[in-house]
Design a binder for this molecule. Structure first.
Ligand SMILES: [Zn+2]
Length: 425
């Protein structure tokens, strides 16, 4: 089939006004002006989306869908450590029913907002079923924590068992499985080392929250601050389990053997030049979550520097325990205001598509429109297109409500009501 629209954003090549795609068997076979495709493939069925922008499906590079129901439950204005303690408290009262309902709501919300691929962290495993039912692509990361060194074997065994279960459940889907050590401060040094060994042995993708807050930097480097005095004592840990030697969180992960090209580091708010060099040398990808960082008042990630260093950088919303919406359009617009001219609309749309795909190791499959890639895409109704900067005009107009179509591997997963005139097949 040929699918055409007023504006086509292939991402890896310049925008095409009145552009289109030739899609066969779920794969993009050609990207061109609509008129050229219709001329060259005259017998091919054709659907025109009209006044719409057609672009690769968005990649949410960091979520916890099982926490979607926590929206508004954690008060604003707290410090990172106070928020984390409140979160621990709240979380201990949640059950599988809550996690499942949250994950269902989260998966539906993503799909309606133009996301076709997600990196989701789970403790309960409840996000697999709704993501699979929705037909979304992604990686489900099993979370692992354990600040006490003596817990390391038990926690690792439990995580391996959970990974096996996730792998069985994700069979016959576009989902794969990875491991998420939670953060450098919530795993003992021995557990970090054991996770690194497991990841090397199983060649699994991994993701970890790191360098998120000034509190984390103080705790890892000096063994001091609110994480040492309040957060870890709340879980019965009263002294650091890692060697305290002035290291940054990124340097600790490197010493533990966790930095690799299969790791996506999340947040990276507090990274210096030497951290950036380590991430680059080890081929680590980065997922930034500007609104979550703002919500928790932890600072602002040095995104322009990370982009200039050519790291693979994706964009994530984090969970609704630290954000107002799961919309990557809201995330891009917020980041655009936050960074001003230092990060362009084109860079942000690229991070939310090709950057996320690259961060998750899927750049050969999705993230841009090019022959041979899978037909994962989304379309948004737009009133106007600015020839000078179509990315900017898209960001100005785009919202979850303007998403009219989402497709994975050429199959429609979402079509806004009242738009049944498209018969893409
Ligand atoms: Zn997170």
């Amino acid at each position: 089939m040929i699918l055409t629209a007023r504006l086509l954003l292939p991402i890896s090549s310049p925008p095409i006004m009145d552009g289109g795609l030739l899609i066969r068997d779920g794969t993009i076979c050609a990207v061109d002006k609509a008129s050229a495709l219709i001329r060259d493939f005259a017998t091919e069925p054709h659907d025109d989306l009209g006044r719409a922008a057609l672009l690769p499906g968005l990649v949410n590079a960091h979520t916890h869908l099982e926490l979607t129901g926590l929206h508004g439950r954690l008060p604003l204005g707290k410090s990172f450590t106070e928020w984390a303690i409140a979160m621990l408290d709240l979380r201990s009262g949640l059950d599988d029913e809550f996690f499942s309902a949250s994950a269902r709501l989260g998966a539906t919300t993503l799909l309606r907002s133009g996301v076709t691929c997600v990196a989701d962290i789970t403790t309960s495993g409840s996000s697999v079923a709704p993501l699979k039912a929705a037909g979304l692509r992604g990686i489900i990361f099993q979370e692992i924590l354990g600040p006490h060194p003596e817990q390391a074997t038990e926690r690792l065994d439990a995580a391996e068992k959970a990974l096996r279960s996730l792998q069985l459940q994700t069979d016959d889907s576009l989902l794969s499985v990875g491991l998420s050590p939670h953060a450098p401060y919530s795993l003992s040094e021995s557990l970090l080392l054991r996770c690194a060994e497991l990841l090397r042995r199983r060649r699994l993708p991994a993701t970890i929250h790191v360098a998120e807050s000034p509190e984390e930097v103080a705790y890892i480097g000096l063994g001091l601050g609110p994480i040492a005095t309040t957060l870890l004592p709340a879980v019965g840990r009263h002294s650091p389990s890692h060697r305290v030697c002035g290291e940054s969180p990124i340097a600790l992960l490197d010493r533990a053997g966790l930095l690799s090209d299969r790791l996506t580091a999340v947040h990276g708010v507090h990274i210096g030049i030497s951290d950036l060099q380590l991430l680059k040398q080890r081929g680590v990808a980065l997922a930034v979550c500007p609104r979550s960082n703002h919500y928790l008042k932890v600072g602002t990630a040095p995104l322009p520097r990370c982009l200039a260093a050519s790291l693979r950088v994706g964009l994530g919303t984090d969970s609704l325990a630290s954000n107002e919406t799961l919309s990557l359009w809201d995330e891009m617009r917020f980041a655009h205001r936050l960074y001003g001219e230092a990060v362009t609309a084109q860079q942000l749309v690229t991070m939310a598509t090709l950057g996320g795909a690259a961060a998750l190791g899927m750049v050969g499959t999705i993230g841009s429109f090019a022959p041979g890639k899978r037909a994962d895409l989304t379309a948004l109704a737009i009133d106007r297109v600015d020839d000078v900067d179509p990315y900017e005009s898209l960001l100005d107009q785009a919202s979850d409500d303007s998403v009219v179509l989402s497709m994975v591997e050429g199959k429609i997963l979402y079509q806004r009501e009242g738009t049944a005139r498209w018969n893409c097949h």
